[in-house]
Design a protein around this ligand. Structure first.
Ligand code: TRP
Length: 332
């Protein structure tokens, strides 16, 4: 069986260079000629965390453009929105009827909220929606609807992948061996520091954007927090967020000479200029593509329609089989 790679991106927020390095770039690398790849926008998952409709809409657009500008080839891979494949929800229900509640009780994301509630003496269920609780079943359905063989995800999703396998196995055992057990490809977490040195995250307000003008990129880089060593004073590249960022973009030779510049006492102003240059040279083609795509009003709607047209028949076929298996089909 050909390798079938599938991964979803929850549509909350705007991608930053941390997402680019940690998720987009590694996933695109996996999409070689001998693999089938499925990349989709998990917009129904986003509803669990975001109730502002306009922010969901903006995020779908930003994330789609980020993937497309970064080189996603929609001719050779399948790119679609979760919401354009309604069979996913039918499968979610079918799986929910056999998935064990006890399994879902153990989900880290759910347990974390329960623990917070307990710590603040609130009701255990405070702020816990059925969506949050059932999140792993919807994710399992995303994967199983296309019988994916390999699922690249971050380490935080390892447990959800085990649950997807468990849910698939239970169904196979109860009815018939219809689902392939998907394998998680756990991606090494690339630690990308934000401008304040903490992990780059929208919630810390410390991101460096990449779908922006050159000027805005420069502005974000200039805000990187450094110590107060003067020009001419040697600087330590260990535990230095600016240096770490540089090493995520530079090649070996550039990194070595940047390290030397630190020992030679480069000023923070100049170090930021060099960092900007090295990030910018990687981002230039992406930015150009982004502005070009962003100017085409119907592009995304057309692409989403095409994407759904390509993959949805497979989902429909699987649902037909499942209906037969569970006893919901034509009466004979
Ligand atoms: N839960 C994943 C995340 O937050 C997103 C996701 C939804 C996903 N459905 C998926 C990832 C299916 C892989 C496969 O990162």
């Amino acid at each position: 069986m050909k390798k079938r790679i599938l991964t979803g991106i929850t549509t909350t927020g705007t991608p930053h260079i941390g997402n680019y390095l940690g998720a987009i770039k590694p996933a695109l690398k996996l999409a070689g000629p001998d693999t089938e790849s499925f990349f989709f926008l998990a917009d129904y998952h986003a509803l669990i965390k975001q109730t502002d409709a306009s922010l969901i809409e903006a995020s779908v657009k930003d994330i789609a453009l980020a993937w497309l500008s970064s080189g996603l080839d929609t001719e050779h891979s399948n790119f679609y929105r979760q919401s354009d494949i309604p069979e996913v929800h039918e499968l979610t229900w079918i799986l929910s009827c056999s998935a064990a509640k006890g399994l879902l009780n153990r989900a880290h994301a759910y347990k974390a909220v329960v623990a917070e509630n307990e710590a603040s003496n609130a009701d255990d269920d405070k702020a816990i929606s059925m969506g949050l609780f059932s999140y792993p079943v919807l994710m399992a359905a995303d994967i199983l609807i296309f019988n994916a063989t390999h699922v690249p995800v971050g380490p935080d999703q390892a447990q959800h992948m085990e649950m997807a396998r468990d849910i698939a196995g239970k169904f196979n055992h109860t009815y018939s061996k219809i689902f392939n057990l998907p394998e998680a490809l756990i991606q090494n977490e690339i630690s990308v520091p934000g401008i304040d040195g903490r992990k780059m995250s929208k919630s810390y307000n410390n991101i460096i954007p990449f779908l922006c003008s050159e000027k805005d990129l420069q502005k974000a880089v200039s805000k990187i927090v450094t110590n107060s060593l003067e020009p001419g004073e040697p600087k330590d590249c260990n535990n230095c967020n600016l240096y770490e960022l540089y090493s995520l973009f530079g090649n070996a030779e550039q990194i070595a000479s940047f390290k030397q510049a630190y020992s030679d006492g480069i000023s923070w102003g100049d170090a930021k200029k060099e960092l900007f240059t090295v990030i910018n040279s990687e981002i230039i083609p992406i930015r150009e593509k982004y502005f070009e795509l962003n100017a085409q009003p119907d592009l995304l709607n057309d692409l989403f329609a095409d994407g759904a047209r390509k993959v949805r028949p497979q989902a429909q076929e699987l649902i037909e089989k499942l209906r037969d298996l569970v006893g919901i089909s034509k009466i004979v």
